[in-house]
Design a protein around this ligand. Structure first.
Ligand SMILES: *Cc1c(COP(=O)(O)O)cnc(C)c1O
Length: 423
């Protein structure tokens, strides 16, 4: 499909695209309820079939039978490092180290503190952290909390339509914190270009990969990023609340000091020494005991992502999101849907978002009718396209259901108007 292609897309075309899809077989690795179109894998990834078996093995054999010996015999203690090394490969992080631990919010706190400390030694006059007004709120909240705790005049400068990034990066900037793919619009930053620009301005760069890892090729070393964090329960399908990762470029590892200096980050945790001595390298970014069942399941999702060439995955993701946009153009043009995702394939991640004045009720009606996307304030319908298990007919069905919901005003039913705690 190209931009100039105006021939009407048919259901048969989508069926043929599925038949030709070299990655179609991967769907069999996931458990998805029959008849459900799941377009929310960017919020909670689907369950790999192997996750149940893995969790059962940990619970029955490793915990149930081998008990505490499993820290050694089943490598529990090494899991954060082993899975971290795999994610390091996934994000092209060969010039740094990666561990899996804690949450994205907590890892942000750890690396931002480390980055500010490094900058404080080199350039103490730099007191600004630049991010985006449109960033996922927890990222901004964590900056706020750390700035308050440090109480040394750190402030957040937010890029928005009135303040472009180029103008925000002045000589007072210590750290640039960007999310590679925006959670609401799906807009994708050029990681290499923005990192270069920030380095030229003397800032360190921290990338949040929550909405890119597993769906968009990431090359942190090639881009010369300083730090990266991200979660594993979205496109990596690690399971609800699965631990996040943190990657640090090798040039910072010896100097990086993170404040949550728990025993897992100690150079020799089982010496039970009184004083903290950071582990060499990336291991110092660990803090304490991890949820082992969840970690074990995380590895299943990460292994699946590693089994695929990420360029092929990207090609499929773009074909699917392009199909979604074209179908909406061709079949829903009479409705009040405003695309807020960049149309340029170079500028978008793997989800498609539209604004609609009744967005919340429309999404509830879609979900009740077997198409699961999600709703984000304000008025945004978000459709996550996980190329590992979403197919072309899924997109067709989703857009047709959306057309029906809007044509028939199905969303007006009272049960679609009330909001749950999690939207
Ligand atoms: C999903 C997401 C998070 C989630 O943070 P948690 O600590 O795992 O709750 C953080 N940042 C971004 C950009 C996200 O998309």
């Amino acid at each position: 499909m190209t931009d100039t292609d105006r021939t009407p897309i048919t259901r048969a075309f989508c069926a043929e695209a599925d038949a030709q899809d070299p990655l179609a077989g991967l769907r069999d690795e996931f458990l998805l309820p029959e008849g459900l179109v799941y377009l929310d894998g960017n919020s909670l990834g689907a369950r790999p079939k192997g996750a149940l078996e893995r969790a059962a093995a940990v619970i029955e054999r490793e915990w149930g039978h081998d008990l505490i010996a499993s820290w050694n015999t089943h490598d529990w203690f090494e899991l954060p490092k082993r899975i971290g090394a795999k994610i390091g490969r996934l994000i092209g992080g060969e010039r740094g180290g990666c561990v899996v631990s804690d949450t994205t919010s907590i890892n942000l706190f750890k690396v931002l503190a480390a980055a500010l400390k490094i900058q404080d030694q080199a350039a103490p006059e730099r007191r600004v952290i630049v991010s985006e007004r449109e960033n996922f709120p927890t990222d901004l909240y964590m900056v706020e909390g750390l700035a308050k705790l440090l109480d040394r005049g750190y402030e957040l400068r937010l890029v928005d339509e009135d303040l472009p990034l180029s103008e925000a990066l002045r000589e007072d900037v210590a750290v640039l914190l960007l999310t590679h793919v925006n959670y609401r619009t799906g807009a994708l930053w050029d990681m290499a270009a923005e990192t270069r620009r920030a380095h030229e301005a003397g800032a360190l760069v921290l990338w949040d990969l929550c909405h890119s890892v597993g769906a968009v090729p990431v090359r942190v070393s090639e881009a010369d990023a300083d730090f990266a964090i991200g979660c594993t329960y979205k496109y990596l399908n690690g399971g609800p609340g699965s631990p996040a990762f943190v990657w640090v470029h090798e040039r910072h590892q010896a100097a990086a000091e993170q404040p949550l200096s728990g025993w897992w980050g100690h150079a020799s945790p089982f010496d039970m020494a009184v004083a903290f001595e950071p582990a060499p390298g990336i291991d110092r970014f660990l803090t304490g005991t991890q949820p082992i069942v969840s970690l074990a399941m995380t590895e299943v999702g990460v292994d699946l992502a590693l089994s695929v060439d990420d360029r092929a995955l990207r090609e499929k993701s773009l074909a699917l999101t392009t199909l979604f946009m074209r179908l909406v153009d061709q079949r829903l043009a009479h409705h009040d849907l405003t695309l807020i995702t960049p149309e340029d394939p170079e500028r978008r991640g793997s989800h498609v978002s539209y604004r609609h004045p009744e967005g919340y009720a429309v999404m509830q009606a879609l979900i009740a009718n077997g198409v699961v996307g999600d709703y984000r304030e304000p008025e945004v319908l978000r459709f996550g396209i996980t190329p590992l298990y979403v197919g072309f007919l899924d997109v067709w069905d989703a857009v047709e259901t959306l057309r029906w919901v809007l044509d028939e005003e199905v969303w007006r039913a009272p049960e679609f108007q009330t909001r749950g705690a999690v939207t």
